[in-house]
Write a protein that binds this ligand. Structure first.
Ligand code: AHR
Length: 647
């Protein structure tokens, strides 16, 4: 057995490089009680928060490559250019629309003597095309008949080189959808979609669209993969302020977001750009299901975002339509196919219920107007669906009078889950890792629905990620109270952003995770199911009157793998050597694994050029004894998985 271990160690050294464990002088002693049990860790503890900000959806996860293909943006010509020859005309029309949600379309007229029109869409700063890949082009069109001509479709490089092309023919007098598969013969990072009209006649077009052939229900596969790698326990969507709107006119209304894409209205969203609902409630539910994450839709409580004055508030006696939306949403997600909304779900292709368990009412709302409206939702929903857990907002701050009032109201009214949003400095996160130690165990549960450490320059540095990781050790240790937590925002399309820092950065073809992304991934993929009591000697130190910790840690046990999981964050430059003592004499296998995120510079960031500059490394560990010594690198997050034969 011993020889086998040595052999395995040697193999690991050759394959991975190994941190062997030697006993030498230690800065700290970490004592783990392997017979005791702390709180069970919520399977939903680490999740994702989804919002269309920074073009996370439009021009992002939503794989549509044509921008403003519906001509419904506030500037109907946004992203379009036209070249109109002498004997031709192009006009924006709205008198015979495709449907009442999609009023604008183009009329193209070419005279009998011939003429030429080219309509050019540039997507989001160019359309990336890859050689040999297929793309699904479609548009709605009709013509004044008889019309025997064609519409030529091409993906062109700026040099004029044609990367892919096709033709649409057989136009009739009624709106109809025409589809063509285009296969690229060459690559182009910033192609343009060019529609050419040179057949005499009058043609009308709308809903011009181009998708990569392979998507997940219209979503970019690479970005879905980035989410999958996070192993999220829940998915909160679709916002954020996106849900509130800056007026009730652009509040999230889920019924607008389902069904054929051409009937989903396009609106300017809270973040100032047009949103087509291309990914709507149904697609979000499918995505959550695919990711194995509990879906958590957030609905508007009949109030626009309260950070902007004046707030638009639906009068109390007109709240029925908002409350019905919530009841109908639950029926849409969970109802039998014989119910009205369950039948709609089935007609979209998902007869099985989604087993929705959570629903949020409000985002960053607070004060009496909100409480009154939340209570109406609470009464109506609990009367019909007592099993649904409702999430309640606490405003934009995580402390102060309004926050305390919200908490008091939540306690007095039996709220299930309270949503706290925390954007603060790295120092705040380091100093508040015990925030939830003192929370009432009998009161509402907590969702830290948005959090991120903001450095002075709001960069996605390792420094920020270390502070978040330290804070997360406190979330995990208190997972009997904190049942959900998600970093915010999730996505940023470079060059199209309203908010930094963000978890994942992408452009038309590439994506990379920030150091914060890897922290989320490390915690979520190494969660454990119960906390093991533990203590660290010489834990605290005082700097400028502030009580920081030398190391931040939490220990858990994972009954499936039988691993003890030790998470340790060292946000400081110097290495820390720690003797790890397992009280209770557990049957250690002697093997383990270290997953380490570090860099010698806390200002390090990932980039497209160097996407893995700060990314976790995995090392195998042999000869783990009780006790054993481990040295935690400076500026590091370390997860030690210690094999046991079962506790
Ligand atoms: O995460 C970005 C924004 O921050 C969210 O939309 C909002 O809830 C918060 O103010």
């Amino acid at each position: 057995m011993r020889n086998l271990c040595l052999l395995l160690c040697l193999a690991f050294v050759i394959a991975n490089g190994v941190r062997l464990t030697f006993a030498y002088s230690t800065d700290h002693i970490l004592t783990i009680d392997t017979t005791g049990r702390g709180p069970e860790i919520s399977p939903t503890l680490y999740g994702i928060f989804f919002e269309d900000i920074n073009h996370a959806v439009e021009g992002g996860l939503y794989a549509e490559l044509v921008r403003n293909g519906s001509f419904e943006h506030s500037d109907p010509w946004e992203a379009w250019a036209s070249e109109v020859g002498a004997e031709a005309d192009v006009k924006l029309m709205s008198d015979m629309p495709l449907n009442r949600n999609n009023l604008h379309y183009l009329r193209i007229q070419i005279t009998e003597t011939g003429g030429l029109v080219r309509l050019i869409n540039s997507g989001y700063g160019g359309i990336p095309i890859e050689k040999n890949q297929s793309y699904n082009f479609s548009l709605y069109a009709r013509a004044d008949v008889p019309f025997a001509g064609v519409i030529r479709v091409a993906l062109e490089a700026s040099s004029g080189e044609v990367c892919a092309q096709g033709e649409i023919e057989g136009l009739g007098s009624e709106w109809e959808k025409y589809e063509r598969k285009l296969t690229a013969v060459s690559s182009c990072s910033n192609a343009r979609l060019v529609l050419t009209f040179d057949s005499p006649g009058t043609i009308y077009i709308d809903m011009v669209s181009l998708f990569p052939a392979e998507t997940f229900h219209g979503m970019r596969m690479d970005l879905v993969q980035m989410l999958e790698d996070l192993n999220p326990g829940f998915m909160r969507f679709p916002g954020g302020c996106f849900v509130n709107g800056d007026s009730l006119k652009n509040a999230f209304r889920w019924k607008d977001s389902i069904g054929p894409r051409e009937v989903r209205p396009t609106r300017r969203n809270f973040w100032g750009y047009a949103h087509s609902y291309g990914i709507g409630l149904y697609e979000y539910l499918l995505l959550a299901e695919y990711l194995g994450a509990e879906p958590l839709p957030i609905l508007n409580p009949g109030m626009s975002w309260q950070g902007f004055q004046p707030v638009e508030i639906c009068p109390l006696d007109k709240m029925d339509e908002w409350i019905d939306d919530a009841l109908d949403l639950i029926e849409f997600a969970n109802g039998p196919v014989t119910s009205e909304w369950g039948a709609v779900r089935a007609s979209l292709g998902h007869p099985e219920p989604f087993d929705l368990k959570y629903l949020g009412i409000g985002n960053e709302n607070w004060g009496r107007d909100y409480f009154e409206r939340f209570e109406l939702f609470q009464q109506a929903i609990k009367a019909r669906y007592p099993e649904i857990k409702l999430v309640f907002a606490t405003g934009t701050t995580y402390s102060g009078v309004w926050f305390d009032m919200a908490w008091q109201w939540a306690k007095d009214h039996g709220v299930d889950v309270v949503d706290e949003h925390i954007y603060a400095s790295p120092a705040w996160f380091l100093l508040n890792t015990e925030r939830y130690d003192l929370y009432d165990r009998e009161g509402p549960k907590v969702m830290v629905g948005e959090f991120a450490a903001h450095t002075g320059d709001r960069r996605n540095t390792l420094e920020a990620a270390l502070a978040e990781a330290a804070f997360m050790t406190g979330l995990e240790r208190n997972s009997d109270v904190v049942v959900m937590a998600s970093y915010a925002p999730l996505f940023n399309r470079v060059g199209w952003s309203q908010w930094v820092p963000d978890l994942i950065w992408f452009d038309g073809t590439r994506a990379y995770g920030t150091p914060s992304y890897y922290v989320q991934m490390m915690f979520a993929t190494n969660r454990g199911d119960v906390v093991l009591p533990s203590s660290l000697s010489n834990e605290k130190y005082v700097f400028l009157h502030y009580k920081y910790k030398h190391l931040y840690h939490v220990v858990s046990y994972d009954s499936e793998s039988k691993d003890i999981i030790i998470k340790v964050v060292n946000p400081w430059p110097d290495t820390k050597t720690c003797q790890i003592v397992f009280d209770g004499d557990p049957p250690l296998t002697g093997y383990g694994q270290a997953i380490v995120l570090t860099s010698d510079d806390p200002r390090s960031e990932n980039t497209f050029e160097n996407p893995l500059r700060v990314a976790p490394r995995e090392l195998q560990i042999c000869d783990i004894t009780n006790p054993f010594t481990y040295t935690f690198e400076g500026y590091s997050v370390t997860i030690l998985r210690i094999g046991t034969q079962g506790l």
